[in-house]
Design a protein around this ligand. Sequence first.
Ligand code: CO
Length: 162
Amino acid sequence: MSIIPVRVVPDPVLRQKSKRVRSIDNSIHRLIDDMLETMHSAGGVGLAAPQVGTLLRVIVIGIPGEEDFALINPEVVKGTGERLVEEGCLSIPGYVGQVKRSEQVKVKGLSPNGKVRQIKAEELLAQALEHEIDHLNGVLYIDYLENMDKLRKIEVDESQPM
Ligand code: CO
C-alpha cells in the first residue's frame, strides 16, 4: 500500500468525469488499498479516485467508528429530504462551506469482490456518499455555494474532509 498525494483545486483532473470500471482486477484492488491508506493519512472520511489522479469510478468511505468500505461504479439511486450541512474536501484544504444534502440516500454499486451492494444511508454516511459520487462526475461541493463568501477558512483539523 502507498500514500498518494491528493490532488487539490484547481487541478483539472478534479473536473473530469471518471470512467466506469469494466473489470475488477488487481489494479483496482491496489487502487482501493492505496486510497484507503491515503484517506486515513489525510484524516478524511471519504475519498474518490480522481482525487488521487485516477479517473475511474471508485470511492472509499471511512466513517469514524464504522468499518471502511470501497464501492465501485456507485450511483445514487434515490435521495430524499434536504438538510444543510457543513462540508469540507481533501481537495480544498483549509475551508468548509454550507451545502444542502439529502437526509437519506439509497446508493448502489459493486463491492471489491464484484457483488452488487445496496446501501441505505443517512447523516454523515449519506453526505459522504453524495460527496464522493459527485467527485466521479467532476463536481465539487463549492459548486453548490451561492457565492465564495459562503466558504469559511478553518484550521486543518477542525473538520472531517471528504
Ligand atoms: Co472531496
